[in-house]
Design a binder for this molecule. Structure first.
Ligand SMILES: Cc1cc2nc3c(=O)[nH]c(=O)nc-3n(C[C@H](O)[C@H](O)[C@H](O)COP(=O)(O)O)c2cc1C
Length: 366
C-alpha cells in the first residue's frame, strides 16, 4: 500500500495518485501561444505517470508576462492554441490537466533566466510594469507604476476573462498564482505593498485585492472543477509576511470557496535566502491543512521516493507538486512507483524498457 499512489478526489475530479507536475515556465511561447517546445515538453510529462499536470504560469494580459516568451490567455488565438494543445495531450493518456493563471506585476518585462533574467531594455521591447506600489523588485529591474483603482478593476476583469477562456479550452482545474512575489503575492507582502488606501497597511487590507480576484474567478470557474491557489508559506525576511498571516489568508481563501492550496516559497523580494532542502515546506503545508481542512499540495525539492511517500502518508499534505525531478526524468512518477514496489500502468509502447523485462533498468537510480 502506498499513500502517494492512492487516489484522490478534489471536487468532481478523480486523481489516480497524489503527484502533480508543478507549474514551470518555459519562456518559449510566441505571442503568448504554446509552440513545438511545449508540445514535446508537456507531451513527455503527460505520459510519465503523474495524475495531474499544471501548465506553467499563464498571463492574464500581455503586460502580465514575465518575458516575451511567457504564455498568455487573453486573445482568441491563444485560447484556440491551448484548446489544440489540450486535445493533443488528452490523446496521450488519462492525465488531468490544469492551468496556473498569473500576472507578473513588478516582476514582468524581463529577459528569460538563461539570458540573466534582468529587466528588458527599451531596445529589447520592454513594457510598462505595474504593482501595488512604485517599488522595484531589485536594482536590475524597472520601477513599476502603482496601480490606481481603475487599473485594479481592469486587472480583476482580465483574470475573469482568462478564467472564462480556460473554461472554454477545457482545463480540468485552475490555480491562481498568489506566490513568488508576482502581482497578487506582491499585494500580500508588506515589503512590496506600501499603499495608503484600503489595499495597503494591515493584512486585512493587503489581502483585499487578491481576495477580490479570487472571488471573481471563483464565480467564473465551474463548480466541480477544482479551483486552487498557490501561496508562499512566508517571506523569509524580517518585516515580511509571517506564516501566521499566511494562515489568516488561508482562512479567507477557504471562505472564498478555494478548494486546494499549494504551499510554496519563492522570491517575494530580491536576495532572500530560503533554507530550502528536501521536504522543507511540509510542516507549513501540514499547518495549512490542519487549520483549513482544505486539500493541501506541497512542492519543494521532492525527488527521493521514500521522503515523498512519507509526506503524504504522515498527512503533511494531500498531494505533492514535483518540478525539477520531472524535468530531469519525465517518468519520475513511474520510476518512483517502481522504487516503492508499486505497479503503475506503463506506456505499452515502452514495455520493452520496463524493469520486469529489461535488465538495464536496474542500473538507473529511481
Ligand atoms: C523551470 C522552472 C519554472 C518554474 N515556473 C513556475 C511557474 O510558472 N509557476 C510557479 O508557481 N512556480 C514555478 N516554478 C516553481 C516550481 O513550480 C516548484 O514549486 C519549484 O521548482 C520547487 O519544486 P522542485 O524542487 O520539485 O523543483 C518553476 C520552477 C522551475 C524549475
Amino acid at each position: 500500500m502506498s499513500a502517494l499512489f492512492s487516489p484522490l478526489s478534489i471536487g468532481d475530479l478523480q486523481l489516480s495518485n497524489r503527484i502533480f507536475v508543478a507549474p514551470m515556465c518555459q519562456y518559449s511561447g510566441r505571442d503568448g501561444m504554446p509552440q513545438s517546445w511545449h508540445v514535446q515538453h508537456y507531451g513527455s510529462l503527460a505520459v510519465g505517470g503523474a495524475a495531474a499536470l499544471t501548465l506553467e504560469a499563464t498571463a492574464v494580459s500581455s503586460e502580465g508576462r514575465i518575458t516575451h516568451g511567457c504564455l498568455g490567455l487573453y486573445t482568441d488565438e491563444q485560447e484556440a492554441a491551448f484548446t489544440k494543445l489540450l486535445a493533443y495531450l488528452r490523446e496521450l493518456g488519462p492525465i488531468r490537466i490544469g492551468i496556473q493563471i498569473a500576472h507578473a506585476g513588478r516582476k514582468a518585462s524581463c529577459r528569460p533566466p538563461w539570458n540573466g533574467g534582468q529587466g528588458l531594455s527599451a531596445d529589447e521591447g520592454r513594457w510598462e510594469i505595474v504593482a501595488p506600489s512604485a517599488l522595484a523588485f531589485g536594482e536590475a529591474r524597472a520601477v513599476p507604476r502603482a496601480l490606481d483603482s481603475e487599473d485594479l478593476e481592469r486587472l480583476a476583469s482580465a483574470y475573469v476573462a482568462s478564467t472564462r477562456r480556460a473554461v472554454c479550452a477545457g482545463f480540468d482545474y485552475l490555480e491562481l498564482h498568489l506566490a513568488h512575489g508576482y502581482l497578487l503575492g506582491s499585494f500580500l507582502s508588506p515589503l512590496s505593498n506600501r499603499r495608503q488606501d484600503e489595499y495597503g497597511g494591515p493584512l486585512e487590507n493587503r489581502m483585499r485585492f487578491p481576495l477580490e480576484v479570487v472571488s471573481r474567478v471563483r464565480e467564473a470557474w465551474p463548480r466541480g472543477r477544482p479551483f486552487g491557489v498557490r501561496i508562499n508559506a512566508h517571506d523569509w525576511v524580517a518585516g515580511g509576511m509571517s506564516f501566521d498571516e499566511t494562515l489568516d489568508v488561508c482562512d479567507a481563501l477557504k471562505a472564498a470557496d478555494v478548494e486546494f492550496i499549494c504551499v510554496s516559497a519563492g522570491a517575494a523580494v530580491e536576495g532572500v535566502r530560503i533554507p530550502a532542502r528536501p521536504g522543507y515546506l511540509a510542516s507549513f503545508a501540514r499547518a495549512v491543512r490542519e487549520r483549513t481542512g482544505l486539500i493541501t499540495r506541497v512542492p519543494g525539492f521532492l525527488y527521493e521516493p521514500r521522503l515523498v511517500e512519507d509526506i503524504v502518508a504522515k498527512g503533511d499534505a494531500d498531494c505533492v507538486a514535483v518540478g525539477r525531478a520531472m524535468l530531469y526524468d519525465s517518468k519520475w512518477p513511474l520510476h518512483t512507483a517502481q522504487a516503492l514496489g508499486i505497479k503503475l500502468p506503463y506506456p505499452p509502447q515502452y514495455r520493452l524498457s520496463h524493469p520486469d523485462t529489461w535488465q538495464g533498468a536496474a542500473s538507473f537510480n529511481a
